[in-house]
Design a protein around this ligand. Sequence first.
Ligand SMILES: CC(C)(COP(=O)(O)OP(=O)(O)OC[C@H]1O[C@@H](n2cnc3c(N)ncnc32)[C@H](O)[C@@H]1OP(=O)(O)O)[C@@H](O)C(=O)NCCC(=O)NCCS
Length: 412
Amino acid sequence: MPSVRSTTDQDHAVFVDTLHAAFGRFPETPAEDGGGVWWAALERERCLLARAADGRPVGTAGTYAFELTLPGGSLAPAAGVTAVGVVPSHRRQGVLSAMMRHQLTELRAGGEFLSVLLASEAAIYGRFGYGPATYTRRLTVQRHQAAFAPLRVSAADGAPAEGARAGSVEVLRRAECGEILEGVYDRYRRAQPGALSRPPRWWAMGAGQPPVSRAPRYVAVHRDADGVPDGYASYSIGEPDTLTVDETIATDDAAFTALARFLLGHDLVAQVVFKHLPPEHPLRWQLADFRAGTLSGETDWLWVRLLDTPRALTTRGWFGDGELVIDVADPFLGEHGRHLLVVRDGKAECVPTGREPDLSLDVSDLGAIYLGGTAPSNLVRAGHIRAHHPAAAALADALFRAERPPHCLHWF
Ligand SMILES: CC(C)(COP(=O)(O)OP(=O)(O)OC[C@H]1O[C@@H](n2cnc3c(N)ncnc32)[C@H](O)[C@@H]1OP(=O)(O)O)[C@@H](O)C(=O)NCCC(=O)NCCS
């Protein structure tokens, strides 16, 4: 069995070198010099190094300390698992399993109740208790078909007030607007279930993907009538006449619509690709021609792993009243619990119970439904979750939904 232990500053070069070997790559700068900006963003005290019996470094894993927005708007500490790799010569010998066990045990001992990750391959993390909880996709709009439909209801009836509101869009370069992006993203992520915080030092260092990184980009910044930035779209134009939007971040639908109008009105562009659109986004419905936009690249994004079911369930907000008994199996950690969930007025109590269960499920499926982005009934139909009576799945669907589909576009 490999030995697993936390790294220190002295291990950084070995950590970076081992991780690159796992991916068959070489660091951007020599590992002894840090390996490049991305690796400088690692929280070294939260990294693990696995060594084989002969002392050779064979595996790496780490976590970032993020904040995750839960349904209802509460902000939860979330360990963001990253830098997972095992060198090719030592795979399928239990190195990752040993690191996952060590990591989950340490996180729990440190009082954390959930962890999250982005999976390079979907087959890896279910066995460790992670389930896909948010989804993302891209929308490609042909510009010659991109006219907006007239609004059918007025702003007074709840339509986005964008048409009536005096806002403005200014195009800046990424290098000159980092603070604006950081501020707008932070306001957005606090109201969006499934969104993660971006640590200030990531912005300061330019660690991550555009527009957090310093890659050259134009950024359309939207300001409200008072001149306060409330949205941005970071983009580049490439062949063949395609404007690709890395991310469109807006603190409300009106700002998003104003940015979409701006991007879709860009001259000398045949199509606009909106990356990272959440499920059930209104943009397609706003176009006069519903087929002007094509969805593609639908994929899972954030995977969630619960480490303390009662705490996780009582921390998120709820949108319907009801009672549900769930029987949760956690084979990786060798645990099992039966919980009575009682939801009233947006809050839940969760206590141990001996009552007959409504649903029996694996902790990975609880992670998948936790943010409201995966319907429990779908997992019942898929044969993942066992419903003990005909009404159980619909009851769980009604309870677990969020105020809007959870979405995450932060890459780590
Ligand atoms: C993915 C990776 C970390 C797995 O490490 P590992 O030490 O080989 O994993 P383990 O030996 O602990 O495997 C545990 C179980 O998961 C399975 N498993 C591991 N990786 C898998 C994969 N990519 N696909 C399917 N199953 C996988 C193993 O077969 C084993 O199953 P078993 O318990 O039924 O025998 C390693 O293959 C790797 O470094 N890959 C390249 C980098 C990468 O993809 N990292 C993940 C970034 S998110």
